[in-house]
Design a protein around this ligand. Structure first.
Ligand SMILES: *[C@@H]1O[C@H](CO)[C@@H](O)[C@H](O)[C@H]1NC(C)=O
Ligand SMILES: [Cu+2]
Length: 180
């Protein structure tokens, strides 16, 4: 059991390497949020998870507007879900699905200031309930050290329970935060 547990912890620790940490992505990297940047190229190869953040850095002549897919396609401004006008704008990706961002200044979206990101689950922060993403009502995470095996109604088999996996992931996450 002892060796086995260490192995499980190690596997979770390693497999949780970067995906378990909330990441900040500076949109456009050093180019920032501006005209004449190909954001499709920028998103290629990146994976975005709930809890990750997009950091938009831009001059005062731009904005960041989150819009729906239709307005994204047509570069329609004025119906934005959320609008940000001060840089840097750090936008946490709280929900799964595709998020669409454009610059709200007329002409800029059609000039290329548009970026869409597909957000998947399993990141550092779960999507908040209410979006129908999670049927289980568990508003606060269990503190990693608060529970012993006595309070967890899990099976006593050698296989690790989902609850234990979550707790171990949290431990790993906190551990990495301390190291960072
Ligand atoms: C994401 O959730 C955090 C914490 O609840 C909140 O402060 C933030 O405004 C949310 N971000 C968006 C884009 O809704
Ligand atoms: Cu702009």
């Amino acid at each position: 059991m002892g060796i086995y547990s260490v192995g499980v912890v190690l596997i979770i620790f390693l497999s949780c390497g970067m995906p378990c940490l909330a990441k900040d992505y500076t949109v456009g990297d050093s180019a920032g949020w501006s005209l004449n940047v190909d954001y499709t190229t920028w998103t290629t190869g990146k994976t975005f998870k709930t809890g990750d953040s997009l950091v938009f850095k831009y001059g005062s002549s731009h904005t960041v507007d989150e819009v729906n897919s239709g307005d994204y396609g047509t570069c329609t401004v004025g119906n934005s879900i959320a609008s940000y006008t001060s840089s840097p704008a750090t936008i946490t990706l709280n929900t799964t699905g595709t998020h669409y961002f454009i610059c709200g200044v007329p002409g800029h979206c059609s000039g290329g200031m548009k970026v869409s990101v597909l957000v998947t689950g399993g990141g550092a922060s779960p999507a908040p309930s209410g979006s129908g993403a999670s049927p289980s009502a568990k508003p606060t995470p269990t503190p990693p050290t608060a529970t012993s095996s006595g309070s967890v109604p899990a099976s006593s088999s050698a296989t690790i329970s989902p609850v234990a996996a979550v707790v171990l992931s949290l431990v790993s996450f906190v551990f990495k935060l301390v190291l960072a």
